[in-house]
Design a protein around this ligand. Structure first.
Ligand code: 3NM
Length: 219
């Protein structure tokens, strides 16, 4: 299998849902199913925070989520845990700046999708050089979903990176909702990624659908 083409990656990033067991109000498998029904284009399994599953339980939970994604044709990305991604033969891995070096992860995962979080131009350029397929840029707005989140930078960070010639597929993250997704897209993002806007919604289906409508209308 070859590396994902840039244009296909941009399409997949449009509405990127991220979730783990600690983020959900309802049964997580139901939340993911509703999000897919609502039109999400990519999924990331991110099992973090207090009460997060570990070991065999984490593996089993990931496998169940992956099965749902497989049935519905949604690529399944694993946050941080390269060994889990390889064990499950996931579609890709997403790593942050504090995780394993992106070059080493690229070597380990071959042609699978590699996403890297970047917060400034230097990190974005390093991620590109290391072989990232996309970068995640954030936090755009204040977020409660990440314990060690940095200061919110606003959509301007995306406009700045694009202005500096960063043309890799780029997804924005942090505090994004259906209300502010339009301005994030207008700033030059290929898509938005969200945890709470979908995982904490009373109706993950409706929440995903609203995001999809906003993002595709602002494309
Ligand atoms: N990474 P919500 S912000 C997982 O800035 C994550 O890199 C961020 O959750 C970064 O959509 C974030 O609920 C949390 O704000 C996003």
């Amino acid at each position: 299998m070859a590396r994902i083409a840039s244009e296909a990656m941009r399409e997949r990033l449009k509405v990127y849902f991220i979730m783990g067991s600690t983020n959900c109000k309802k049964q997580p498998l139901e939340v993911l199913t509703e999000a897919i029904d609502g039109g999400i284009t990519l999924f990331q399994f991110r099992e973090k925070g207090s009460g997060a599953l570990v070991g065999e339980q984490k593996y089993e939970f990931a496998r169940q989520l992956q099965n749902i994604c497989k049935k519905r044709g949604i690529p399944f990305i694993v946050n941080d845990d390269v060994e889990l991604a390889l064990a499950l033969d996931a579609d890709g891995v997403h790593i942050g700046q504090d995780d394993e070096d992106a070059r080493i992860v690229r070597e380990k995962i071959g042609d699978k999708i590699l996403g890297v979080s970047a917060h400034n131009l230097k990190e974005a350029q390093a991620a590109i050089a290391a072989g990232a397929d996309y970068i995640g840029v954030g936090p755009i707005y204040p977020t409660k979903s990440k314990e060690d989140a940095k200061k919110a930078q606003g959509p301007e960070i995306i406009r700045f990176l694009r202005g500096q010639g960063v043309d890799i597929p780029l997804v924005a993250i942090g505090g994004i909702t259906a209300e502010n997704a339009g301005e994030v897209m207008n700033a030059g993002a290929d898509g938005v990624s969200v945890i709470s806007a979908i995982a904490s919604a009373a109706s993950p289906f409706l929440a995903a659908k609203q995001l999809v409508q906003t993002v595709f209308n602002n494309d």
